[in-house]
Ligand binder design. Structure first.
Ligand code: GSH
Length: 222
C-alpha cells in the first residue's frame, strides 16, 4: 500500500490521511512528490488522475482525495474507532469534517502553505487577516468551542478521543501557528488555543513536522 504525498513542509492536505493511517497502525510506503516544481504535475499524474495529492494506491486501485482516504481507512480499520462512538458526537464530527472539506476557502488561500510558508515553522510577523479571513477564523473558533463543549469532555481532542476531525483540523492549527493568528481576537475563550496546542503536540504531528524541517534543510544536518 502506497500513500502518495506532497512535501511535509507544505502539503497540509497530505497530512490528514498520513495522520489517520498512522493512528490505524497501517503499514504503508510513502511516495513523496515535491510540490512547486516544474515537473510536479507530471509526477503527480503518474499516480493520481485528478492531479492532486494525497492519493492511496491499494489492491491495484487508486483512492484519491484526503476525505475518500479517511473513509477508506474507517472501513478497513474499524478497531481504530476513527469517528466518535456516541452517535450525536459522530454526526457533528462528520459535519465538521465536511465543512472543513467544502468551505473555509479564504482560510486555505490566505493562510496558504506554499512556497514561502512552511507549516513546520512560525513566521516572524503576525499576518493581519482580511475581513473574509476573520469571518472564517471566527467560524472555526465557534465550531470548535461548540463541539468541544458538547462532546469533548472525555479527552483532549475535539470529541474527546482522537478522530478523523482532529486529522482534518491539525493543518488548521499549523496554519494558525505559522501565521501567528490571534484567536482571542476572533472570539476564542481559550478553547481553540488549547485545542491547537494539543494537535500540534501529537507525536505523529511532531514526526511529520521534523521531516518537514529536514526537507527544508533546517534540521538533521548534524
Ligand atoms: N481535495 C483534495 C485537495 C488536494 C490538494 O489540493 N493538494 C495539493 C497539494 S496540498 C496538490 O496536489 N496540488 C497540486 C500542485 O501543487 O500541483 C484533497 O483533500 O485531497
Amino acid at each position: 500500500m502506497k500513500l502518495i504525498l506532497g512535501d511535509k513542509a507544505y502539503s497540509t492536505w497530505s497530512l490528514r490521511p498520513w495522520l489517520i493511517l498512522k493512528r490505524c497502525g497501517a503499514g504503508f510506503e510513502e511516495v513523496m512528490v515535491a510540490l512547486n516544481r516544474p515537473d510536479t504535475a507530471a509526477q503527480i499524474a503518474r499516480h493520481a488522475p485528478a492531479g492532486k495529492v494525497p492519493a492511496l494506491e491499494v489492491e491495484g486501485v487508486t483512492v484519491w482525495d484526503s476525505l475518500a482516504i479517511a473513509l477508506w481507512a474507517e472501513e478497513h480499520y474499524p478497531h481504530a474507532r476513527l469517528w466518535p462512538v456516541d452517535p450525536h458526537a459522530r454526526w457533528v464530527a462528520r459535519s465538521a469534517v465536511c465543512e472543513m472539506h467544502s468551505a473555509f476557502g479564504t482560510l486555505r488561500n490566505e493562510l496558504g502553505m506554499a512556497p514561502h510558508h512552511p507549516m513546520c515553522v512560525v513566521q516572524d510577523e503576525a499576518h493581519q487577516p482580511s475581513g473574509a479571513l476573520s469571518a472564517d477564523i471566527r467560524r472555526m473558533v465557534a465550531m470548535w468551542a461548540d463541539a468541544k463543549g458538547r462532546f469533548g469532555e472525555g479527552g483532549p481532542y475535539l470529541f474527546g478521543d482522537w478522530s478523523i476531525a482532529d486529522a482534518f483540523f491539525t493543518p488548521v492549527a499549523a496554519r494558525f501557528r505559522h501565521f501567528r493568528i490571534d484567536l482571542e481576537a476572533h472570539g476564542d475563550d481559550g478553547t481553540a488555543a488549547e485545542y491547537c496546542r494539543v494537535l500540534l503536540s501529537q507525536p505523529d504531528f511532531l514526526e511529520w513536522s521534523e521531516a518537514g524541517l529536514e526537507e527544508l534543510g533546517l534540521k538533521g544536518n548534524g
